[in-house]
Design a protein around this ligand. Structure first.
Ligand SMILES: C[S@@+](CC[C@H](N)C(=O)[O-])C[C@H]1O[C@@H](n2cnc3c(N)ncnc32)[C@H](O)[C@@H]1O
Length: 201
């Protein structure tokens, strides 16, 4: 592993540095936040799951809702419990210990590009299981940097530990096996390009 890759890994493991550097690279997540605000119903007392919530950088958007964050990383969950509002659980998105039909909406941001196809299928199946009838999922995932001039974007994707960054079509194909793709968009957030999709059962 290169020195730079090691540095990125160390930064990623620290909740404060993780939030700081990602916000810097992604212009305070303005574009991502506006997609979340548009595609999910916030502040309406709905039940919302943030699957792979990390240190809870988006928990504030769900203020007033019945909001639950789940993440595999206990350090992130510990940080989120101390600094964010909501309920936070350490758990694996491929097999979540929460009841069927528990949530009106689920946010999946930046998880699936870390997982192989079999694990993505498990996450989608679990998400569908936890949705109430009429519920929706918003999935926002990294795609390869679109502009050749985006040197930092290419570099980060090359060394980032998400080894499954896919083109939009591949995500769409996986989603369509389990869910309906009701809306989709490719967007830029700072130096990162994303595929955002609203998925319904
Ligand atoms: C790029 S971060 C995104 C975190 C958060 N959604 C955000 O945007 O700040 C990816 C997250 O996925 C979590 N993760 C990876 N595999 C997971 C799994 N199988 N179940 C739950 N969380 C997982 C990591 O711990 C990490 O917090």
């Amino acid at each position: 592993m290169s020195m730079f890759a090691k540095l990125v890994e160390r930064v990623s493991d620290n909740p404060v540095l993780f939030i700081f550097f990602r916000s810097l690279l992604e212009s305070d997540f303005k574009a991502i936040r506006s997609v979340i605000r548009r595609d999910l119903a916030l502040g309406g007392k709905l039940s919302s799951l943030d699957l792979a919530c990390g240190p809870g950088a988006f928990a504030d958007l769900f203020a007033g809702d019945d909001y639950v964050g789940v993440d595999l990383n206990a350090r992130y969950i510990d940080y989120a419990r101390r600094h964010r509002q909501g309920s936070f659980v350490v758990g694996d998105a491929r097999a979540v210990e929460l009841p069927d039909g528990r949530f009106d909406q689920i946010l999946i941001f930046g998880l699936l590009h870390h997982l192989d196809d079999a694990s993505v299928r498990s996450v989608l199946k679990e998400s569908k299981r936890m949705l109430k009838p009429g519920g929706r999922i918003l999935a926002i995932e990294d795609i390869p940097a679109r502009s050749k001039l985006n040197v930092i974007g290419h570099l980060l994707h090359n060394i980032e530990n998400g080894e499954h960054i896919r083109p939009s079509e591949e995500y769409r194909k996986l989603y369509a096996e389990t869910l309906t793709v009701a809306r989709e968009e490719v967007l830029r957030s700072g130096i990162c390009d994303y595929y955002a999709a609203v998925l319904t059962p």
